[in-house]
Design a protein around this ligand. Structure first.
Ligand code: PMP
Length: 382
């Protein structure tokens, strides 16, 4: 049972749809799948923009977002409050961009006011792009994309590039209504599909930037994907069977509906947080900026309880896989993923198993049964 923030579980419909011999990517059969998938991707992104698929993980989509719309030496503002924000800065530096980071401590959200000030101070409009990790998977914090985007729109020139890898299909990201220029995501998260596909939505403003962008690109040249998408195919051999799985998962998502998908993630987040609090564990992110897709926690200090031991027993006894901390948070926190193909039963099972494991490890700072009682109360809330 995967309770990590990606790869996430894949529904049987998607698995079975992809359990077939591959078909040719120049066949009419594939074109029909592409046509449907493209339409449904636009629906999921709430956009009329192009939504392109590249073979690769989320990082490939991140790299594509950078090299297609920017030129060497371009000044960019990158929000860094975790591992994935830092990754954007690293990619930008490697490609010779003039990267200015706006940092916040891990576990805290980006300060929207700093973005506003930097953008307002940019009188001669030198900032070419603002890049934000919407949901910081390494810490379980969701950044205030709406407010930061508001400042970017007031600036007028800069592109807003969004890492929505663990927020697309989880929370509302109305790409057209907000005028988001480039939005990056990946199949193994909210999409409920195995890893291997990256997605990039591209606004007309971003395509204008593409015309003058001078960074070298070949495999990730998005214009190639756009041209082939117009003929319902891809420039290079795609992971056909993953796209079959995606066809099935997008159908499931359409059936559930966007608002129900978002409400389900909010409800499950509330339940898991209530359960962890009842177990007297410390949540790494405050409720105000808690992520609807991943929750990080640790036993409150000065406990000697090892998070790695908790993780080992969760997996050893129950085959429930939790994620550890990353970089300096390694062995400091655990992370529970609750996005994509996830339901009430998964949360109840996970919290109940955690209670058993904690008891076994001698953690006596909770009343037995309280956690499940709190979880079930939260789950009943609509
Ligand atoms: N951004 C975020 C917010 C992520 O959570 C991840 C993956 N955990 C990535 C980027 C990178 O994606 P991938 O591992 O698929 O390359």
């Amino acid at each position: 049972m995967l309770m990590i923030p990606g790869p996430t579980s894949v529904p049987e419909e998607a698995l079975l749809t992809s359990a077939k011999h591959p078909i040719g990517h120049r066949s009419s059969e594939f074109s029909e799948i592409m046509m449907e998938v493209t339409q449904n991707l636009k629906w999921l992104h709430q956009t009329e923009n192009d939504v392109l698929m590249v073979t690769g993980s989320g990082t490939a989509a991140m790299e594509a977002a950078m090299i297609n719309f920017l030129s060497s030496g371009d000044r960019i503002l990158v929000g860094c409050n975790g591992k994935f924000g830092n990754r954007w800065a690293e990619v930008g530096k490697i490609f010779g961009l003039n990267v200015e980071t706006i940092t916040a401590p891990w576990g805290k959200p980006l300060d929207t006011e700093i973005f506003s000030q930097k953008l307002q101070a940019d009188i001669d409009r030198q900032i070419q792009a603002v890049i934000i990790t919407h949901n910081e998977t390494s810490t379980g914090v969701i950044n205030d994309l709406g407010s930061i985007n508001y400042s970017v729109k007031a600036h007028g020139k800069a592109l807003i590039i969004v890492d929505a890898v663990t927020s697309l299909g989880v929370v509302n990201i109305p790409v057209d209504a907000w005028g988001l220029d480039v939005v990056v995501s990946a199949s193994q998260k909210g999409y409920m599909v195995p890893p291997g596909l990256g997605f990039v939505s591209v606004s007309s403003k971003a395509w204008k930037a593409y015309e003058i962008a001078n960074l070298p690109k070949y495999y990730l040249d998005l214009n190639k994907y756009r041209q082939f998408a117009n003929q319902n195919t891809t420039p290079f051999t795609p992971p056909i069977n993953l796209i079959m799985a995606l066809q099935a998962s997008l159908r499931m998502m359409r059936k559930e509906g966007l608002s129900s998908i978002f409400a389900r993630h909010q409800r499950l987040m509330g339940a898991i947080r209530a359960g962890l609090k009842a177990l007297n564990l410390t949540l790494f992110a405050e409720d105000k900026w808690a992520s609807p897709s991943v929750t990080a926690f640790a036993p409150s200090a000065p406990s000697k309880l090892s998070v790695e031991e908790i993780r080992t027993l969760m997996s050893g006894h129950f085959n429930i896989i939790l994620a550890g901390g990353q970089d300096h948070l390694k062995s400091q926190i655990l992370r529970i993923g609750h996005l994509g193909f996830i339901c009430d039963r998964d949360i109840i099972t996970c919290i109940a198993a955690l209670e058993v494991v904690l008891s076994e490890l001698g953690w006596d700072k909770f009343s037995p049964g309280d956690a499940i009682s709190n979880v079930s109360t939260k789950l009943k809330e609509k």
